[in-house]
Design a protein around this ligand. Sequence first.
Ligand SMILES: C[S@@+](CC[C@H](N)C(=O)[O-])C[C@H]1O[C@@H](n2cnc3c(N)ncnc32)[C@H](O)[C@@H]1O
Length: 300
Amino acid sequence: MVDAAFDDIRQYVQDRTRLYFTGHKQGFLQNKLQQRVKALSLPGLPEYKEILLTSPSEESVLLDSITTNETCFFRNPRQFNYLRDHILPDIEAEKGTASFRRLAQGDHPGQLNDMRLRILSAGCSTGEEPYTVAMTVLEGLRYPRAWDIDIVAGDLSESCLEVARRGFYEAERLNGIPKKLLNKYLNNSADGATFNEDVRRLVKFMRLNLNDVMQGGWGDNILPTNSFDVVLCRNVMIYFSSSCQQQLVNSLYRIIAPGGYLFTGDAEPLHLFSHDFTPVREAGCLIYRKTGSNAHGQTV
Ligand SMILES: C[S@@+](CC[C@H](N)C(=O)[O-])C[C@H]1O[C@@H](n2cnc3c(N)ncnc32)[C@H](O)[C@@H]1O
């Protein structure tokens, strides 16, 4: 028997995040709510609902407790191998060549904004995914220092973002990182290791609600279009309804630059949706490309 306060809270959570708690997930949400009722010493769910609806900090606590944050370094390594061995060298050849051509024509080096690389990790959890991207970028580009690199990493969960911003990981969580990269990009301590500045300066964490993205928003701004060279949105869509997934795919298409790429999770193949991406079959994993004309008028 589901009471009215529970239904209202579930609807509120759904409207805010597009996360659905029906079927077997209903009991999970009920447990989490009961834990909050107890922690706040409240009589019951109606009183909790009043607090939730008026307190952003309580909303944040609840959302932290109901999101699934499972992740690891180099999750689905094929995608990162393809990024390192094919996508980054191609971008370097294409944008780098255009920049050097402009330089030869007399452009000031400060105007070489072609050599900008923008990557988004949407639903970055505790940071393993964007830090993996950062290490891969540093390994994949021949001249990383010549590039203006932004790896934007967003998540709904404030507590995940807090862990991610710290950049420290306990020893057992570092397992997926090859030893060579561990030595190169992390500083060891007794109980774990912290990413060094070469990696950290590339990654910018932000609170990002994909519900906004689905509706053409980006925090308080409008969705940036044709902006990202690569977007990773992995193991997040599965938590949304199929109509929301379709909306998200449409929005991700808009924010990716022509010629840019989308990486999805293993359980999120795009053939289930209508879209204009081209699957990158030779990658042997779920990578899609937005084909079209790039900034230099070339067909990609
Ligand atoms: C299972 S983790 C996946 C992490 C990483 N992408 C990976 O594949 O390893 C899912 C993440 O999506 C986040 N998430 C869920 N709903 C979200 C939303 N509406 N907006 C942004 N992030 C969301 C969760 O907080 C969680 O950190």
